[in-house]
Design a protein around this ligand. Sequence first.
Ligand code: ATP
Ligand code: MG
Length: 362
Amino acid sequence: MSNPSLLILPGDGIGQEVMAEVRRVIDWFGAKRDIHFDVSEDLVGGAAYDKHGTPLHDDTMAKAQEVDAVLLGAVGGPAYDDLDFSVKPERGLLRLRKEMDLFANLRPAQCFDALADFSSLKKELVAGLDIMIVRELTSGVYFGEPRGIHMEDNMRVGINTQRYTEAEIERGARAAFDMAMKRSKKLCSMEKANVMESGILWRDVVTEVHADYPEVELSHMYADNGAMQLVRAPKQFDVIYTDNLFGDILSDCAAMLTGSLGMLPSASLGAPMANGRPKAMYEPVHGSAPDITGQGKANPIACILSFAMALRYSFDQGDEAARIEAAIEKVLADGVRTGDLLGDEDTVGVSTSGMTDAILAA
Ligand code: ATP
Ligand code: MG
């Protein structure tokens, strides 16, 4: 049998630096665990623009459609700020998401005990926190028609439309229930069924899909209450399923429960492929961080955790993913810190590769 395939797109800025560390982790799995991948690497974002005049070459797009998973670093940077919108680095990322039809965005909010002091909440509220937000990513108010700014009675009117088909709600719901089955079988769906038609439909469809997942305990919550509960008692949640707009806000909110941007992985999943696993792209939540590029300061953990998500959700290697997470927990407990995890500006932490050294040793 051939090895599972992985397309690596480091992109720009610290994307390249943190991805080099992930390659070391992948090599470690080959050498120490006899787990091998067919890894190919290609360009995206500004790096692709510099070479091809486009932020994503058609050949790269085709490769992304074929592999078992894509791992992306970050795109963009000041050198590309003045480019025409059609060739901006971010367009490469958007094209990948759109053409792979990645409709479910997974954002874990996991609090490592050693960093619980970093949370915006009290330590006891977040220690051990482990939430997964599943956000619908390809529809809703960010895409619905009609939209635009029009004149009405001599006044400008801004219009966006929240629109969801039952098929769109259902496929995201299935991704969320599948996720709940892999975790603690608890799902909370969030909408505003009290004031929005799309919310009423959302609640109906999620309830219908629940019939196929009788083992999962399903609850419904209005999204405003959900926001309040997330900062009041976040540990009550395991998997949360919500729409594009509410998910955008709630996932950023949940992210700040756990500390630094340099710690947060994400995944975007699409429809099942021939092998039964979903199309998938994994990436750190952070961007290309031009301010620290080239200085060896970037924290590689978000990208390494994104690879761990790939192990768990694309390659059925949950135990190996847990191995990575446990190693990270250990080095943090040992006090190993990149600069972003140090409160005091004057203290020097370990370098990007120094953090990986510690993780591999652990
Ligand atoms: P984008 O527009 O691509 O989302 P952004 O402007 O929101 O980018 P990021 O690049 O995500 O910004 O990061 C914001 C700041 O957080 C960076 O400038 C950097 O100082 C810090 N930062 C982000 N990621 C990391 C990381 N992995 N390690 C250390 N610091 C980081
Ligand atoms: Mg940003």
